[in-house]
Ligand binder design. Structure first.
Ligand SMILES: [Zn+2]
Ligand SMILES: [Zn+2]
Length: 790
């Protein structure tokens, strides 16, 4: 997705204060110092490399016309590996020019062999369109790059299949269009030299597991047509990219991770908004509908949105070009609006220099905002995540990150927008009231000293493997040799499909028995997708997988679609359809569920005296029972409303630990406090799991109980929220002591008295965060950690 660094638009000279001065002024505003840590990330000079000798002169000249004088070392290294036929993943930082690493070998091959073809995959259509423009701008003869996606007119599709030699698409189109129609694509696939997988770290969890099998199906078709393409993957910085890329493609992949692009120095501050005195908080009259009486006792921190808005106003007032990253679009608008108001109060008219950058803008409008920011006409921009932003938008004087973005990889991607060579910049991470954020601002080593997390996916998930094998059998009968390609569990899955009547075994292999092709949605799971329909027009806005529909589309839910806010009027489960109308209330909705769980089997366990740690299959029954409405600007709870939805069942993978009642008594946990202790430990453990694996807390669920019928002991369960599991619980089991140590520290270090959203309270708790015991949760985790081997 990225243009080479040399072609990047760079901002003009900074006229504002130095980052150190700026930070000093920002932190001097309040009574307490909100800064918990300051890290200096030094500048790094770029290391250029000569053009590889195999790169033809006309290709070098084409890049030179685009402003690329020479590649950086990592680009040249990855390009040469790929050119020599090795599968390679380049995993380096924002704007390090990863695209050159695959464009160079792919285009050199297209120029050398007038028949060869290249397939490029991006997670979004917008990214493929950006990349199309970049390749087209090189104006190379005979390449004829073209996007092939759901928007491509029918009339153009045949021309593209026949004549384009650089096809840009996405995994969904590969799955729904190219592979089932392989006969029409045979000419293209027969000559396929490279498969480029951009932003491959986005293929994680269940979606990533599906994409892994789509790529195996692609490899199978290529093999049938006699081609063996080289895979080139580009990833954000991630832990162990070679293993993740290998799981994704099923091939041995060499990683290039040494970033040789230049980077400006950054002063990086960790910022924890102050706790509000209990009586002054956002004044919340007790709402009549409220059911969770404990909500009203919440002690809260100043919201990260308010804090970020103030910081944005202050940096803009200092003349500093600032980009604020906010997780939700509505949040970005709140930050921009509050900053504008504060600036206008100080100097009327100054507020005009701040804008929100939201989805739904046309590309031209987005680029205009980026230009205005780079040229200093605009000084502050509040935006959602980096994928929507122009890749050229780097070299800013300050970046504010409102809430930990979920992974160190995205944290560095966002912070990477700050700083340009020769000048220092400021980055600030503003913690939200969430246990993971709390842990991180008190453990800078977990940000600055730790490798970024690994991308987790599990192609062996039977709920993914079986439908994917059905798709493969539809495309061509499966043979015993194919089973090895699809990996562990493929034989069992095929046997199940035969037993279910979907496949028929013949001497030559397994045949799909139906006329229609299997319906498999890469991005959905857990039941048929639910359609989202606008009541007034009947327009279909999109679909939501069945598993999430109770959470996202219950009556009264605020549902965001491409930046536009809708409110759900009715969820019709019989017709699989939710009726919505456009409305933008100033609250968000948060569904809560209650859960029941039984153990099906134990896959692996550690017997550690009074403590047991387990990994296994479980059956989870859950029911969404109510939802909270919360003010977006402050996070304040407006009310909790009941819902009437049926319970749903899920067979998945869980990690759990048990403790003997005696060990808890010895540790000073009174029997009456055991439920609150386990419950608090469970919430915090779920909050901290994203530290170990690329999931967010909505991908996982939990349950705790003072005595569970299957374990006959006090137990805390944490399970994957996806049928068959997505690899998260497995990862938690594998890193159990590090994970629970971080959980314990996050609770112990939170400055609150008796538990708050920053440590043991959970926004999705089905029991209204009751009971919870913060001090006893620490005792529970101390017992586990004292017994569990490292
Ligand atoms: Zn707390
Ligand atoms: Zn709970």
């Amino acid at each position: 997705m990225e243009s080479s660094s040399a072609a990047t638009v760079s901002a003009g000279p900074s006229l504002g204060p130095t980052p150190a001065d700026l930070l000093r002024r920002l932190r001097a505003r309040g009574a307490a110092d909100p800064v918990t840590h300051v890290e200096r990330v030094p500048a790094r000079p770029g290391v250029p490399a000569p053009w590889p000798s195999w790169a033809p002169p006309e290709l070098r000249a084409a890049f030179a016309r685009r402003g690329v004088v020479a590649p950086w070392q990592h680009q040249a290294q990855a390009a040469t590996l790929a050119y020599e036929g090795e599968h390679v993943v380049v995993a380096t930082g924002t704007a390090s020019g990863k695209s050159l690493a695959y464009q160079l070998p792919a285009l050199a091959t297209l120029l050398a062999d007038p028949r060869a073809t290249v397939l490029y995959l991006a997670p979004t259509k917008a990214l493929a369109a950006d990349q199309l423009r970049a390749v087209a701008a090189l104006e190379l003869e005979g390449v004829r790059p073209a996007c092939y996606d759901g928007d491509t007119p029918r009339a153009e599709r045949e021309w593209i299949r026949r004549h384009s030699r650089f096809v840009l698409t996405n995994p969904d189109m590969l799955h729904h269009g190219v592979l089932p129609g392989h006969a029409q694509w045979s000419g293209f696939l027969r000559r396929l030299a490279y498969v480029v997988i951009d932003e491959c770290h986005t293929y994680r969890g269940v979606f990533g597991s599906h994409v892994a099998h789509v790529l195996r199906r692609l490899r199978r078709q290529c093999a049938r047509f006699g081609s063996t393409p080289v895979f080139v993957l580009a990833s954000a910085t991630s832990g162990d990219p070679s293993t993740a890329a290998g799981r994704l493609t099923g091939l041995p992949v060499t990683a290039v991770t040494e970033d040789a692009s230049p980077r400006g120095g950054v002063t990086f501050a960790l910022w924890e908004p102050p706790l509000l005195p209990p009586d002054s908080g956002p004044s919340t009259p007790v709402p009549p509908q409220s059911t969770g009486d404990h909500d009203d006792l919440q002690q809260v921190r100043r919201s990260a949105l308010r804090e970020t808005a103030d910081l944005l106003a202050d940096t803009v007032a200092e003349g500093v070009r600032t980009l604020a990253f906010v997780r939700s679009r509505k949040g970005a608008e709140v930050v921009a609006a509050n900053a504008r108001r504060a600036l206008d109060d100080a100097v009327p008219g100054l507020g005009d220099r701040v804008a929100a950058y939201r989805g739904g803008y046309l590309r031209e409008e987005r680029r205009e905002l980026e230009r205005a920011l780079l040229h200093g006409d605009l000084l502050g921009l509040a935006s959602t995540n980096a994928l929507e932003l122009g890749v050229d938008l780097i070299g800013l004087d300050a970046v504010l990150i409102c809430g930990y973005p979920g992974t160190r990889a995205s944290l560095w991607q966002q912070a990477g927008r700050a700083g340009r060579s020769g000048q220092e910049a400021l980055a600030v991470l503003v913690a939200r009231d969430d246990p993971l954020d709390t842990y991180l601002v008190h453990h800078p080593e977990a940000i600055f000293g730790a490798p970024v997390e690994a991308t987790v996916l599990d192609p062996a998930n039977p709920y993914v493997l079986a439908p994917q094998l059905a798709c493969a059998a539809f495309e061509a009968p499966l043979t015993p040799a194919d089973l090895a390609l699809f990996g562990d569990g493929a034989k069992e899955a095929v046997d199940q499909l035969v037993a279910a009547g979907a496949l028929r075994q013949r001497p030559t292999g397994w045949y799909w028995r139906h006329r229609e092709r299997p319906e498999v949605d890469l991005r959905g799971e857990g039941g048929a997708p639910v359609c989202v329909v606008e009541s007034s027009t009947g327009r279909l806005l999109g679909t939501v997988d069945g598993g999430s529909s109770h959470f996202l589309l219950h009556s009264g839910a605020v549902y965001l679609h491409q930046g536009v806010s809708y409110v759900v009027d009715d969820l019709d489960l019989v017709d699989g359809c939710a009726l919505v109308h456009a409305e933008e209330p100033d609250w968000s909705t948060h569904a809560r569920d209650v859960t029941d769980l039984s153990v099906v089997s134990v896959r692996s366990y550690v017997d550690a005296g009074p403590v047991g740690m387990f990994l296994g299959e479980v059956d989870v029954t859950s029911q969404v029972v109510s939802y909270q409405r919360r003010r977006i600007a402050t996070g304040e709870v407006i009310d909790t409303r009941p819902l009437d939805l049926p319970a749903r069942e899920l067979r998945t993978v869980a990690v759990w630990f048990t403790l003997s009642p005696q060990s808890l008594t010895l540790a000073g946990v009174q029997p009456a406090d055991v439920p609150g202790a386990l419950h608090a430990a469970e919430h915090a453990a779920i909050g901290l799991l994203p530290l170990m694996a690329t999931c967010d807390r909505w991908d996982i669920g939990g349950l705790s109980t003072a005595v569970h019928p299957d374990t006959e002991a006090p137990t805390v369960f944490v399970y994957d929220g996806h049928p068959g599991g997505a690899g998260f619980a497995e990862r938690a089991y594998g890193t159990a002591s590090a994970w629970l140590r971080a959980t314990r520290d996050a609770i112990a270090e939170c400055g609150c008295e008796s538990g708050c959203p920053s440590c043991v309270q959970s926004p999705k708790c089905g029991n209204g965060n009751n009971p919870l015991s913060k001090p006893d949760a620490i005792r529970v985790l101390d017992v586990v950690l004292a017994n569990l081997p490292e």
